[in-house]
Structures are given as C-alpha cells and as structure tokens.
Design a binder for this molecule. Structure first.
Ligand SMILES: Cc1cc2nc3c(=O)[nH]c(=O)nc-3n(C[C@H](O)[C@H](O)[C@H](O)COP(=O)(O)OP(=O)(O)OC[C@H]3O[C@@H](n4cnc5c(N)ncnc54)[C@H](O)[C@@H]3O)c2cc1C
Length: 257
C-alpha cells in the first residue's frame, strides 16, 4: 500500500485503465490505479466488443475514428495483446421511415470518409445468408465497423500502465474522496488513506455512488438490461472468429436494451 500519489484513478475498467496508461506513459506523475475487485474484471470484459463507427453526431464519429485507430495500434503501442477483426456490419431498415434514416447515415458517413454504401437486398443476402430480406426496406453496409476481444482491453491497459510505473491496487475500494476548502486532497480506501491532489472518478456504473460519498452529484443513472447467451446459432456466419471468441457477436450473445 502507498500513502501518496500525484494522481489517483478510481476504477480499472477500460476508461480508468486507459487513463492510467496514457498518464503513466508521460512519465511525469506518480499514478495509482485503484480497483475495489480484481483489475479490469467488471463491465469492460463483459461487453460485446463491437465498435460501431456510424454515430448520430459528427463529434461522436470523430471520437470513434480515434478509438478505432487506438484499437489498431493497441498492441504496438502498449506491448499487450488485443485481438480485433474489422468485419464490417449491416444496418437493416424494415420501415420506410427507417430507410430514410439510412440515407441520412450514408451521407453523414461519406462526409466523414467512412466506407458506407447502400446494398441491394440480394447483395445483402449474399453477404449474410442468414438475413431474410422479406419485408426489408433498405440495407446499408458499414465497412469500418469492427469488434475486439473486450477481455483483453482493460487488463492490457492496466498492465501497460504498470510497466510505465503506475501502481496497481486491486481489492482496494475507495470509500471517500477527501475534499477540504474546495480542493481534493486524496482518498480513503479500505486499505488506508492515500494523499493525492488529483482524483479521477472512473468507476463506471458506480461513478455516481463514488461521487456522492463526498457530496458531489453526478447526473448518471444506471438502467437494468437483460442478457442471454445461447448455443451457437446454426447458419450464422462470423466473417472471421477471434481465436478465443467466447461466443460473442453473431454466435450467441443477445442483448435487449
Ligand atoms: C453486456 C454488455 C455489452 C456491451 N457491449 C458493448 C459494445 O459492444 N460496444 C461498446 O462500445 N460498449 C459496450 N458495452 C458498454 C461498455 O462495456 C462500457 O461502456 C464500458 O466497459 C465501461 O467501462 P468503464 O471503465 O466506465 O466501467 P467498468 O468496466 O465497470 O469499470 C469501473 C470499475 O470501477 C470499479 N469501482 C467501482 N466502485 C469503486 C470503488 N468505490 N473503488 C474502487 N473501484 C471501484 C468497478 O469495480 C469496476 O471495475 C457493453 C456493456 C455490457 C454490460
């Protein structure tokens, strides 16, 4: 256990671990990454790992483009493994109103240099034979979309942060962010106090609870989702499967929002 750091990061999911890595890489500050459970063990490794490039706002598209570049460079940059596949994806509209949305999406995607096009129903069926096109109004292809192995990302960032000098503290829950005279002075944890002038709350779905423990209100609301995992679906094709694919994507994880 340490008793001081320049920057304390709460939460070792994808966001916290990446923050720790990029700060540690600068080599200018003592970084401590605190995690109440095992490093990178909560939401981040359980994601589907899909990267959808075509978003509604220009800002989001530019952010995702940076994320894609980061994923491609991840192993070269961090020295950690990350399996990813640029599979592309199909977006299917069943109603006329949704077909109009697809036309807008294509225009916006082209404006940002994305590989997007409208497909005929036959072409869509050839690309994905399990897609039944009866009742489909329009289909577009987004060639830039990809997926990656989410189990590798947060842990990889955390290991790379450690290799650059960050201190990893698993099984160390932050119980309170210390604030005096309007300034942050550190955190209390289940393993003792750490003094630090900068604290990053990257606690994911628990961000609000962590902030509320020191009287700060973060307008974040978590909502329940349902997830069911099936056996592989016959005839569903993955263009290329990740080596240690854990039944992700078209092979069996279904999410309802
Ligand atoms: C089923 C599912 C599928 C998803 N699919 C996708 C997808 O395909 N594409 C996509 O982009 N996104 C997807 N997401 C969303 C994505 O997983 C999350 O947005 C992302 O993982 C959040 O990362 P995070 O670092 O903010 O949170 P987390 O990974 O949850 O990390 C937060 C960490 O903070 C720790 N923590 C909490 N409180 C404390 C405390 N007091 N002290 C110390 N540590 C604390 C937690 O233990 C946790 O490890 C999916 C999510 C789910 C659940």
């Amino acid at each position: 256990m340490i008793d001081s750091a320049d920057i304390v990061i709460i939460g070792s999911g994808g966001l916290g671990a990446a923050t720790a890595y990029y700060l540690a890489k600068r080599g200018t500050h003592r970084i401590a990454l605190l995690e109440r459970l095992e490093i990178g063990s909560q939401t981040s490794p359980r994601a589907a790992g899909m990267v959808n490039c075509l978003r509604k706002s220009d800002l989001m598209i530019e952010l995702i483009k940076r994320a894609v570049a980061g994923i491609r460079q991840f192993s070269a940059d961090t020295g950690q493994p990350l399996d990813w596949v640029q599979s592309g994806s199909l977006k299917v509209a069943r109603r006329r109103a949704d077909a109009e949305v697809i036309q807008e999406d294509i225009l916006r995607g082209r404006r940002h240099g994305l590989d997007v096009e409208e497909l005929s129903l036959d072409a869509a069926h050839r690309l994905n034979p399990s897609l039944q096109t009866t009742g489909v109004a329009a289909v577009m292809r987004i060639g830039d979309d990809m997926y990656f192995n989410p189990a590798q990302l947060a842990v990889g960032f955390a290991r790379a942060a450690q290799a650059n000098g960050a201190v990893l503290l698993p099984n160390t829950a932050v119980t309170c962010i210390l604030i005096a005279d309007g300034e942050v002075s550190g955190v209390d944890t289940t393993a003792g106090r750490i003094h630090a002038p900068i604290v990053v709350d990257a606690a994911g779905a628990w961000t609000r609870q962590v902030a509320e423990a020191c009287g700060i209100r973060v307008p974040l609301v978590t909502t329940a989702q349902q997830l069911f995992v099936t056996e592989p679906v016959p005839d569903a094709r993955c263009p290329s499967r990740l080596a240690d694919d854990q039944n992700h994507g078209c092979c069996g994880v279904h999410e309802t929002l």
